[in-house]
Design a protein around this ligand. Structure first.
Ligand SMILES: *[C@@H]1O[C@H](CO)[C@@H](O)[C@H](O)[C@H]1NC(C)=O
Ligand SMILES: *[C@@H]1O[C@H](CO)[C@@H](O)[C@H](O)[C@H]1NC(C)=O
Ligand SMILES: *[C@@H]1O[C@H](CO)[C@@H](O)[C@H](O)[C@H]1NC(C)=O
Ligand SMILES: *[C@@H]1O[C@H](CO)[C@@H](O)[C@H](O)[C@H]1NC(C)=O
Ligand SMILES: *[C@@H]1O[C@H](CO)[C@@H](O)[C@H](O)[C@H]1NC(C)=O
Ligand SMILES: *[C@@H]1O[C@H](CO)[C@@H](O)[C@H](O)[C@H]1NC(C)=O
Ligand SMILES: *[C@@H]1O[C@H](CO)[C@@H](O)[C@H](O)[C@H]1NC(C)=O
Ligand SMILES: *[C@@H]1O[C@H](CO)[C@@H](O)[C@H](O)[C@H]1NC(C)=O
Ligand SMILES: *[C@@H]1O[C@H](CO)[C@@H](O)[C@H](O)[C@H]1NC(C)=O
Ligand SMILES: *[C@@H]1O[C@H](CO)[C@@H](O)[C@H](O)[C@H]1NC(C)=O
Length: 480
């Protein structure tokens, strides 16, 4: 090999390395074939653990955190009140209390509780839509019917009620299980169908129930339920799944936030969505968060916020109508978006996704979900309006890597502006002083008020092309 060709080979190699370093996305001006269906104006909401609902209504941050989303989309985010304690709760029509229970420690959830009409009228004060989770496990149908009647009367924005929470976990000793043996999927299908008919019949209402509510995609599944539900499906408003992708270990954070791993983790829900849609019903992710059992470890970290952002767009793209991120016991809830004293880094991801989706009605993936570098095209009325870029590489120590994203097809503009979602590390927690920022701003601890001066970045577009650098564990929202 001559010196010249060695030099040439070196040069070509250097160019190849540089070229390989940039991810290039051609941005379709109008929704491509793999775009989502039409999106709701405010698809990202919260689920509040049943017993804790009056407590959350009292927290200063609750209304402000929800109002921050409403300010972006013009619609209050959807609210679900439910969870494990809905299946431990008995309605008392003559109780003056919102909720009554005793617990040994403030960090516990009650094993048994009662609630009164004011619990339901409190839900009626929320200006967004409400899904209310009612009890089935305790097998008191008339009690659940009287609560459902009161809910319909008190909650003008009632979207749906649930009849039981995660019935895949009911057991041989659950009161609903009257046959003495183990609780099987077919027992649950028959029970759901008969309760839907009884509750819908007594209330003279169809399209009322958020059904399934499974923490499972096979056996106890929407595919199985819809196959045998028969005429009861008229009482169903939508079908609902729950999902917690990880356990708490910090070692799981790189996988949790990994754009490609998210796509693989949610793949089993495709068949559940298809089953719901085949019956002409919507599908929702009615309770979800990063890690099971209230979270911990990875849950309060910024990487979990990046997961909230990308996971929301991926599930919406698959055909989920809305998502409800669970908020548990106040003061004992690592994955919570806010608490009494501090803000959780995951809220930043939810806010950024809501910012990206504000005013949009369709999204489309620019990549094939096979790498850690993701891109989303965002459309309003059939026209491209924004692009969201996501570098899901983990960053906890040492030199921070960066990814160059080249966008093409940016017609009709000479420059674009962008806002960045970032934090010092994937592992950053606001309660430990490593505050995330979105466009340079933060959310105030204890109030959820937006603080700081908004920061925009400007990038030149030439011949429809522009180049952006997104560091490991960052996202960039580009306005076109
Ligand atoms: C990315 O864009 C930059 C700036 O326009 C350009 O120098 C580079 O060659 C592009 N890379 C690729 C792979 O197109
Ligand atoms: C319902 O509440 C009323 C009023 O507090 C109380 O007297 C009654 O014992 C409660 N019923 C049950 C079954 O707990
Ligand atoms: C809720 O809606 C009512 C009636 O439209 C309005 O008076 C009230 O201010 C709203 N509440 C909030 C928090 O926006
Ligand atoms: C079911 O609830 C009703 C009130 O709605 C109550 O009177 C009845 O005692 C309950 N039944 C059981 C078995 O707990
Ligand atoms: C109303 O509920 C009762 C159980 O409380 C049930 O036996 C009855 O069949 C229901 N009525 C209708 C019309 O579904
Ligand atoms: C991201 O997840 C995909 C799918 O599980 C995996 O193949 C890939 O190795 C992961 N990448 C990193 C950097 O962890
Ligand atoms: C979506 O379509 C674009 C072309 O418009 C393609 O580049 C991308 O890989 C596709 N992604 C998926 C997940 O289908
Ligand atoms: C993405 O990865 C999956 C699983 O490894 C593979 O089946 C598929 O062909 C890949 N898609 C592309 C576009 O490379
Ligand atoms: C990206 O990371 C590099 C290296 O840590 C840092 O110098 C740079 O400021 C970061 N860029 C942004 C936009 O945060
Ligand atoms: C939130 O509180 C923590 C703990 O006191 C503090 O370190 C952090 O800087 C605060 N964040 C903001 C945005 O005020």
């Amino acid at each position: 090999m001559s010196v010249r060709s060695v030099l040439l080979t070196g040069l070509v190699k250097a160019l190849l390395v540089y070229t390989a370093a940039a991810v290039t996305f051609a941005v379709p001006a109008t929704p491509p074939v793999n775009a989502s269906k039409q999106l709701l104006p405010a698809p990202i909401g919260v689920s509040i653990e049943f017993f804790a609902w009056p407590g959350y209504a009292d927290l200063a941050s609750t209304e402000q955190c929800l109002q921050n989303f409403q300010a972006l989309t013009g619609t209050w985010p959807p609210l679900r009140i439910g969870g494990t304690t809905q299946d431990r709760a008995t309605y008392n029509a003559s109780s003056p209390s919102e909720v009554m229970y005793t617990i040994a420690s403030p960090s516990d959830a009650p094993a048994s509780l009662t609630y009164g009409p004011s619990f339901l009228s409190l839900a009626g004060t929320y200006n967004g839509s409400v899904i209310l989770g009612l009890n089935r496990q305790l097998n008191n149908l008339s009690n659940t019917i009287s609560a459902a009647k009161k809910a319909v009367a008190e909650i003008a924005n009632l979207d749906a009620i649930e009849l039981g929470n995660e019935p895949n976990f009911y057991s041989s000793s659950s009161p609903i299980n009257t046959n003495g043996g183990s609780w099987t999927a077919s027992d649950d299908f028959a029970s759901q169908a008969s309760w839907q008919a009884a509750v819908g019949g007594n209330l003279s209402r169809t399209n009322l129930v958020s059904a399934g509510v499974y923490f499972s995609t096979s056996g106890f599944s929407i595919q199985g339920l819809t196959a045998v539900e028969g005429n009861s499906k008229q009482f169903v408003k939508d079908y609902c799944s729950h999902n917690y992708p990880q356990s708490r270990s910090t070692a799981n954070l790189p996988q949790l936030m990994n754009h490609s791993a998210i796509s693989q983790q949610i793949a089993p829900f495709k068949a559940e969505i298809a089953a719901a849609n085949s019956k002409g019903k919507a599908y929702i992710m009615g309770e979800t968060n990063s890690a099971t059992q209230g979270g911990g470890g990875i849950s309060p970290m910024f990487g979990s916020g990046l997961w909230v952002m990308d996971y929301s767009l991926q599930l919406l793209h698959l055909g989920t109508e809305s998502l409800y991120f669970h908020q548990g016991t106040i003061g004992n809830c690592p994955y919570c978006w806010w608490g009494r004293y501090s803000m959780g880094a995951p809220y930043y991801g939810a806010y950024f996704a809501t910012l990206a989706l504000a005013g949009a009605d369709q999204i489309a993936p620019l990549d094939d979900f096979n790498s850690t570098y993701g891109g989303w095209a965002i459309y309003s009325n059939g026209q491209i309006t924004k692009v969201l870029l996501y570098n899901s590489d983990y960053y906890a120590t040492g030199t921070r890597s960066a990814q160059i994203f080249n966008l093409t097809g940016l017609v009709g503009c000479s420059s674009v502006h962008a806002v960045r979602l970032t934090a010092p590390f994937s592992t950053s927690r606001q309660d430990q002083g490593q505050n995330p920022t979105f466009g340079g701003q933060t959310f105030q601890n204890g109030t959820c008020a937006i603080q700081g001066t908004p920061l925009q970045e400007t990038t030149t577009v030439s011949d429809g092309k522009a180049s952006f650098t997104v560091n490991a564990s960052e996202a960039l929202l580009v306005y076109l």
